[in-house]
Design a protein around this ligand. Structure first.
Ligand code: OAD
Length: 248
C-alpha cells in the first residue's frame, strides 16, 4: 500500500501523535466488535441492556457471567499486527499517546505503555455496593470480602461518566497533537467520537483507518478503508523503517 508522501513526511516530522482505537482493532484478534451480533445465551440482548448498573442491580449473576465470558475470550486471544504496530509507533515517535475505548487489555499485552483507557479494563474489578477502597476481592465468587457486596467489572457502563483523569488527559493530548489517528472505531460514542474534532480544530492532521465508512470518513484529512492489522504495520514500516533503511 502506498500512502501519500505528504502524510508520511508529516508523520516523520511530528513530535506529538495521538491514536484513538476502538473495537475494530481487536476484531482481527477474534473479538467481536461492540455492535456485532451477540451470540448464544446473550443473543436476544443488546449490550446496552446488559452493560448498565440497572441490569446489574436486577441480576448481578447474569451480568457477571456475560463479563466472565468476555474476559475469557480476551485472555484466549492474542494481540494482532495492528496492536503491535501501535506499540512500535510509541517507541519511535518523540511523543505518542494511545487512547483506547477497548477494555480487553490487548494493547498492553502488545507492549503499549503510554496509554489511556477511556472505558476501563475488563480484567479489573470494583465493589458494586460500596466501591470499597481496598481490593479485598474474591473474584471467583464475585464478592467483595470487605463488605460482602457484588463485584462489578472495572469498566464504564452505559449511562456512567468516564473517569475524569482519563478523558482530561485524552482531550489535552488530542488538542496538542500534530497527527491524530482514529482506528477501528465507529465514531459514534461520545466523548471519544469528539476527540478528532478537537485535534483538527487545533491544527492536527486527522487520519482514519477503519474497515467501513463512519461519520468521520468524509471529514478526515486522510481516510484508509481496510483492516487495521494490515494498514498499520505498513504505515509504521513506511514512516520509520524505510527512512532509516534499517530492518524491523
Ligand atoms: P464499534 O463496534 O461501534 O465499531 C467498530 C468499528 O471497527 C466499525 O466501524 C467497523 O467497521 C470497524 N472494524 C471492524 N473490523 C475492523 C478491522 N479489522 N480494522 C479496522 N476497523 C475495523 O466499536 P467502538 O467504536 O469501539 O463503550 O464502540 C465505541 C464504544 O461503544 C465502545 O467502547 C463501547 C460501546 O458503547 C462502552 O462500553 C462504554
Amino acid at each position: 500500500m502506498n500512502f501519500p508522501e505528504s502524510l508520511i513526511e508529516r508523520l516523520r516530522q511530528a513530535r506529538r501523535i495521538v491514536a484513538l482505537t476502538g473495537a475494530g482493532i481487536s476484531a482481527e484478534s477474534g473479538l467481536a466488535t461492540f455492535r456485532d451480533a451477540q451470540t448464544g445465551l446473550w443473543s436476544k440482548y443488546r449490550p446496552e441492556e446488559i452493560a448498565t448498573a440497572e441490569a446489574f442491580q436486577r441480576d448481578p449473576k447474569f451480568v457477571q457471567d456475560w463479563y466472565a465470558r468476555r474476559r475469557q475470550n480476551a485472555l484466549k486471544s492474542m494481540p494482532n499486527a495492528g496492536h503491535l504496530a501501535l506499540a512500535k509507533m510509541e517507541q519511535r515517535a518523540p511523543e505518542f499517546l494511545l487512547v483506547t475505548q477497548n477494555v480487553d487489555g490487548l494493547h498492553q499485552r502488545a507492549g503499549s505503555k503510554q496509554m489511556v483507557e477511556l472505558h476501563g479494563n475488563i480484567h479489573r474489578f470494583r465493589c458494586f455496593e460500596n466501591d470499597c477502597a481496598s481490593e479485598n476481592f474474591d473474584v471467583e465468587n464475585g464478592r467483595c470480602r470487605s463488605c460482602g457486596g457484588h463485584l462489578r467489572p472495572g469498566v464504564v457502563w452505559f449511562g456512567e461518566m468516564l473517569p475524569v483523569d482519563a478523558i482530561q488527559t485524552a482531550v489535552e493530548a488530542a488538542e496538542s497533537s500534530e497527527v491524530f489517528f482514529s482506528i477501528g472505531t465507529s465514531s459514534l460514542v461520545y466523548p471519544a467520537a469528539d476527540l478528532w474534532r478537537r485535534a483538527k480544530n487545533n491544527g492536527a492532521v486527522v487520519v482514519e483507518i477503519n474497515k467501513d465508512p463512519t461519520p468521520l470518513t468524509p471529514l478526515a484529512d486522510y481516510s484508509f478503508l481496510g483492516k487495521a492489522g494490515e494498514i498499520l504495520p505498513e504505515f509504521a514500516r513506511q514512516i520509520w523503517i524505510r527512512q532509516s533503511g534499517g530492518a524491523d
